[in-house]
Design a protein around this ligand. Structure first.
Ligand code: NAP
Length: 375
């Protein structure tokens, strides 16, 4: 239970109620030192590193960005911490240095040569435009493929070694971490995904709402509904993303479109049902796969055991399979319930159950792993 408590505590701060935020210091992050015994020189802060700007730094993803930068000793020359006007002026300690949070403005990226960013919804587009104020080589890593494709002006302005990269949506990342190694082996022709998505996917305020509602319901009070329109504690409901004219919601369509794009296969059939469940952190997904070639469950298990970023938790005897708590604050996606789909002939179908920390692997870590490749 201790692990559970600490896994959640670090994300339950309120941006509005924390005058001074504190993030990883050399003391308690998994930093690598040149000389473990004596020195406290950090590898992260170095003159030849890029300038980094973190947008939405007070939010769930922004906080995780800082944690991951620190955990991985991502090199940086300097770092700018950006949020809304509400947070401007607040102090934040990161790696033993104190920073002042700045309001995101058009000039925020001046002098930045590169950038990892967690822009918020509608703001994302403006912050990408403002990026053109930065130096020659830069990149941005955010979440949605959709409107990036429409930002044609960006490719015209792109120069130097920089690149503009959209991080996929968190549900897609978690699903495809497990499905892709199998796809590479036997080619997926159809995928059916059902998600069980945590509060953290909707940001820090949604996590607070779930906590508050849980207390209220237990106290016999009416739950306060601000972020979601309906009671969240002790309940579950269809994902809160906008429902489109085809009956799918935006979250479901991201899984469809992004899978096709990532696998570079416009013919793969994907359908999804996305559900919000009252779990604080980390998404779970049930994934049914149909393959072009036969793939038995033992081979699938071996493939997954050898896949980077994947941990297999598949203990039938003790009925132990992945849970959101198993993966909270972890880099790896966990996969289990690996079994032949009885409804499909010829070993051409598999069911798997995947859990992943969508703030970490589904957002911050994935983005920083991409940035590391670009360094
Ligand atoms: N949570 C996830 O699991 C996840 C996963 C993948 C992608 N994403 C995406 O990542 C982005 C951030 O999500 P989140 O979960 O971190 O949200 P969040 O917890 O609600 O945080 C939102 C952040 O955006 C800032 N912000 C709001 N309005 C702003 C403005 N006008 N100018 C500048 N900053 C502003 C907030 O600053 P203040 O504190 O000052 O208001 C806060 O830092 C979203 O686009 C989300 O879709 C989230």
């Amino acid at each position: 239970m201790q692990v559970t408590a600490s896994a959640h505590r670090v994300h339950l701060f309120s941006p509005l109620s924390s005058p001074a935020l504190s993030l990883p210091s050399a003391k308690h992050c998994r930093c690598r030192y040149r000389n473990a015994a004596a020195t406290t020189v950090r590898m992260g802060l170095r003159e030849d590193g890029p300038s980094v700007a973190v947008v939405g730094v007070t939010g769930a993803v922004g906080q995780e960005f800082l944690r991951v930068l620190s955990d991985r000793d991502f090199p940086y020359r300097n770092i700018r911490l950006l949020a809304s006007r509400r947070s401007a002026g607040k102090r934040l300690t990161f790696e033993d240095r104190e920073y002042t949070i700045e309001e995101l403005r058009p000039e925020s990226f001046e002098g930045s040569t590169s950038l990892c960013s967690a822009p918020v919804g509608r703001l994302a587009k403006s912050s990408v435009r403002w990026l053109s104020n930065g130096d020659r080589s830069w990149w941005i890593i955010v979440r949605r493929f959709g409107w990036f494709r429409r930002c044609r002006w960006l490719s015209r302005r792109r120069s130097g070694k920089g690149a503009l990269i959209a991080n996929p949506n968190c549900s897609t990342i978690i699903c495809l971490m497990a499905a892709t190694p199998l796809h590479r082996h036997a080619k997926v022709v159809r995928m059916v995904v059902s998600t069980y998505q945590a509060a953290s996917g909707a940001g820090a305020a949604a996590m607070e709402e779930l906590l508050q509602q849980t207390h209220e319901v237990l106290d016999g009070k009416q739950p306060t509904c601000k972020i979601f329109k309906q009671q969240y504690a002790f309940n579950l409901f269809s994902h809160n993303a906008a429902v489109l004219s085809n009956g799918y919601n935006e979250e479901e369509m991201k899984l469809v479109k992004e899978t096709r794009k990532i696998w570079n296969d416009m013919d793969v059939k994907v359908t999804a049902t996305c559900i919000r469940v009252p779990v604080m952190r980390a998404h779970a997904e049930s994934v049914n796969l149909q393959f072009e070639k036969p793939l038995d469950e033992d081979t699938a298990r071996r493939i997954l055991e050898g896949a980077a970023g994947v941990t297999v938790i598949d203990d039938r005897e003790s009925n132990h399979f992945p849970t959101p708590l198993d993966v909270s604050n972890k880099d790896d996606v966990a996969v289990g319930r690996i079994r032949q789909d009885l409804s499909q002939d010829g070993n051409q179908g598999l069911d798997i159950f995947v859990c992943g920390d969508q703030i970490r692997k589904g957002a911050a870590l994935n983005a920083i792993q991409i940035a590391e490749k670009l360094l």
